[in-house]
Design a protein around this ligand. Sequence first.
Ligand code: AMP
Length: 214
Amino acid sequence: MKKKIIIMMGPPGSGKGTQSKKILMHLKNMFHLSTGDILRENIKNNTKLGEKAKDFVHEGKLVPDDLINDMILTKLKEDTNFILDGYPRNASQATLLKKEASSLNKKIITLNFDIPSFQIIKRNTNRLICSKCHISYNKISKKPKKDNICDNCHSPLYQRNDDKKETIEKRLEIYETQTIPSLPILLSFTSFYDIDASLSSDKIFKTILDLLNE
Ligand code: AMP
């Protein structure tokens, strides 16, 4: 059977990261390729890539394509299944992925998380992330058992710089103007499914498993 690439599309804070982690726990031999996590890790470790990406990420803007394209496409050629989270982010990245799709020789599935903007703002400004295992929590809907401490690995939780209200509004605008135009391109060459991301996390996960088992 062909290996899979599951592309997680949707605005920031629509639940892609949470669902990615659930899929990873459920399905074997999946590699979580998250461009945001890679960039944040590089910024934290002061690498060359981190240095170049830092200002863009902190301002909620997309980093230039050339910092990301080769790294992602090289990785996707590896002989494993991928959850691709955060890529493509604009029409030119989607077009490049379309051009390379046949050489990757994998079944490519897009899960498009759909949710109104007002819910996004509410979710993101209340989001807390574990500094070690990157699990996300929510001050209202998914509180950690102990304030600001991760239930899973007991490390401190933090609010991402780009989860501040002004930055979220900027990121949503970028999603609408730059990322939405990549959707018709994905629709043209991947198996494309819309997911109602305003449902509960468990319901969304069940929908995803049903779709992946089809
Ligand atoms: P995320 O965690 O996916 O929301 O990504 C955090 C930030 O990393 C984004 O706001 C961008 O600054 C940057 N980023 C992530 N993925 C990409 C991408 N495919 N292209 C350009 N910038 C990206």
